[in-house]
Write a protein of this length. Structure first.
Length: 204
C-alpha cells in the first residue's frame, strides 16, 4: 500500500481556514471587536450597505438576533415527550436564518445564484436585500431596525396584516434588535476610521 504524506503546514493552513469561516466572533456584543477579528466582514457589510441602502449596524443587529453569527445555525429541534429530539420547526439555516424558499427568491432577484446561507458575505447581502424589499413593499424606513426586524420575522404579508400585534414576545425581541442596532451604531462611530485606510465611510 502506498502512503501519501501530507505536509503538516498544509494541514495547519486548512484547519485555520476552516476555523476562520465557521467560528463566530469572540465578542458578539461589540461591532468594533467583530470587525477587527473578522477582517473581511466590514468590507462585505459595506458592500451590502452600498447595494441595498440598509445601515451596516441594522443588518448586523438582525444577524446577531438570528444566529449570533454562527455560520451553520439551525432552529432547535422540537422535543417529543419532552426529551426525544424531533423535527426542526423550519428549514431556516445559516447566519441569516433564511428559509430555503426565501433564499431561492433572493438568488433569483439579486442575481447571486451561487450564494450560500453559511457564507457571511452572502448572508449579510441577503439581510440587506430583504430590508430593501421591506422598504419597497411596506414603506419601512431603511434605518428602522424595529420594524425591519418585524417584517423580517413575519414576512412582508404578515407585517402588512400586523400579525406581530398579537405576539408580545416578538415585539420585545424587535425592540432588543433596535437597541442593539443603536449600540452598534455608537460603537462604530468610534472605530470606523480605524477600520479603513481611506477614512470615514457613510455607514448610516
Amino acid at each position: 500500500m502506498t502512503r501519501f504524506m501530507v505536509p503538516v503546514g498544509l494541514i495547519t493552513t486548512l484547519v485555520l481556514l476552516v476555523g476562520c469561516t465557521t467560528t463566530p466572533p469572540s465578542n458578539v456584543d461589540n461591532i468594533c471587536a467583530i470587525f477587527r477579528e473578522k477582517d473581511d466582514w466590514y468590507a462585505e457589510a459595506k458592500e451590502s450597505r452600498a447595494r441595498w441602502g440598509i445601515p451596516v449596524t441594522v443588518m448586523m443587529a438582525i444577524m446577531h438576533q438570528e444566529s449570533r453569527f454562527v455560520a451553520t445555525a439551525k432552529p432547535p429541534r422540537k422535543k417529543i415527550f419532552g426529551f426525544i429530539p424531533g423535527p426542526r420547526p423550519s428549514d431556516s439555516y445559516g447566519y441569516s436564518q433564511a428559509l430555503e424558499s426565501t433564499w431561492t427568491l433572493y438568488q433569483r432577484s439579486s442575481g447571486n445564484y451561487g450564494a450560500d446561507r453559511d457564507d457571511f458575505s452572502d448572508a449579510i447581502d441577503f439581510i440587506g436585500w430583504y430590508g430593501d424589499q421591506s422598504h419597497r413593499i411596506n414603506s419601512i424606513a431603511r434605518d428602522d431596525a424595529y420594524r425591519l426586524y418585524l417584517a423580517y420575522h413575519e414576512g412582508h404579508g404578515g407585517f402588512k396584516r400586523r400579525t406581530y400585534e398579537s405576539k408580545d414576545w416578538l415585539i420585545a425581541v424587535a425592540r432588543k434588535v433596535e437597541r442593539r442596532a443603536n449600540s452598534y451604531n455608537t460603537q462604530l462611530r468610534e472605530c470606523a476610521p480605524s477600520l479603513e485606510d481611506e477614512g470615514w465611510f457613510n455607514w448610516f
